[in-house]
Design a protein around this ligand. Structure first.
Ligand code: SF4
Ligand code: SF4
Length: 332
């Protein structure tokens, strides 16, 4: 039987040891039901998750809640919404207690005197043209000014089918702003015409993502194995979907047989009691889900299956490293 040490040379084994110590336990929190944008295709609003529960307004309840999450074993708080920067006191309740990542559209700058090393992920949905169609605004023009050169910020670039063949200009602009970028694919939750994937487009974008990683290794935080997984939905001959998804809220997960999954993962609504089904849209058809974090986690929780060969295990290590970099468990 293959073991980790039998498959890896010294250098890869050192890389493996560095990540195997991390033991990341994440959960996701809706900081608010409000947003200063209304993007077409936003999973949160399109699935009415903003109506699932009212917001808790008492900051002391947020603080006590984060303490209880920490006691539950969470060591990475992923803040989403709505737009978390609308409620910085709630963000601070997490940041003071836990390693915290804040997803944002970047229109409001997180004050670095208050949150000096909090990881910030800025959502970006394409170039100026696509952003105006889907989000009503060229957000990059604002967010890149707010965060240029920030050491704890990266762009989460959601590539749309219309971007195929032209993602380089955006990646170059991000590099020029002194920032990093991670790539994922639009799931088109609201069925906007012209924004759905075909097999051919997925093949093309996979090649393009690989080229970008080779061309901008200091800017693109990614791995070719991740590109393969996210564009094909296949891992070691298995298909991504409900039966395999690792990012289902644990107390709501009654799947049988139980797949490998994120331990103790919960996605909480902003009332601090209600739970959502998974890390993304509660109403999304899992067979078309392109959620980047869910695909990354799918690889990460399936280490044993990657002991098939050195190449498979190295792919696993690269995806794990990518995740750890994105949440600053290891340096870029
Ligand atoms: S900025 Fe984010 S939360 Fe707000 S509408 Fe757009 S996708 Fe949704
Ligand atoms: S929508 Fe995506 S993340 Fe949610 S359960 Fe389905 S596959 Fe998993």
């Amino acid at each position: 039987m293959n073991t980790v040490s039998s498959l890896l040379d010294k250098e890869w084994y050192e890389r493996y040891k560095r990540i195997s110590r991390l033991n990341i336990r994440s959960s996701i929190y809706d900081v608010t039901n409000q947003c200063n944008l209304r993007c077409r295709g936003c999973f949160f609003f399109s699935s009415d998750e903003h109506k699932a529960a009212p917001e808790e307004m008492d900051i002391r309840k947020w603080e006590a809640f984060v303490d209880s999450e920490k006691a539950r074993g969470v060591n990475l708080a992923i803040l989403i919404g709505g737009e978390p920067t609308l409620y910085l006191d709630r963000v601070a309740a997490f940041y003071k207690r836990l390693p915290t990542y804040c997803a944002t559209n970047g229109l409001i700058k997180v004050p670095r005197d208050r949150f000096p090393d909090m990881m910030v992920g800025i959502s970006l949905w394409g170039d100026e043209e696509d952003e105006k169609v889907l989000r009503g605004k060229d957000t990059f023009a604002i967010s890149s000014k707010n965060y240029a050169g920030d050491l704890y910020t990266y762009y989460l670039y959601t590539i749309t089918p219309k971007q195929v063949g032209r993602i380089e200009s955006i990646i170059r602009r991000i590099a020029d702003a002194g920032l990093k970028v991670h790539l994922q694919l639009l799931s088109n939750d609201e069925g906007v015409e012209g924004f759905s994937w075909t097999d051919e487009l997925l093949r093309d974008i996979r090649d393009e993502m690989d080229i970008m990683l080779d061309r901008y290794p200091n800017t693109v935080i990614s791995s070719k194995y991740y590109h393969e997984i996210i564009t094909t939905g296949q891992m070691l001959g298995r298909s991504f979907g409900w039966n395999e998804c690792p990012s289902v809220t644990e107390p709501m997960d009654r799947r049988k047989p139980q797949p490998k999954r994120l331990i103790r993962f919960i996605r909480w609504a902003a009332d601090l009691h209600t739970m959502h089904r998974c890390c993304t849209s509660a109403t999304r058809d899992c067979s078309i889900c392109k959620d980047g974090a869910a695909h990354m986690s799918w690889v990460m929780v399936n280490k044993r299956a990657h002991l098939r060969s050195a190449k498979d295990l190295q792919g696993w290590i690269e995806v794990y490293e990518m995740f750890a970099k994105l949440y600053r468990f290891i340096p870029w």
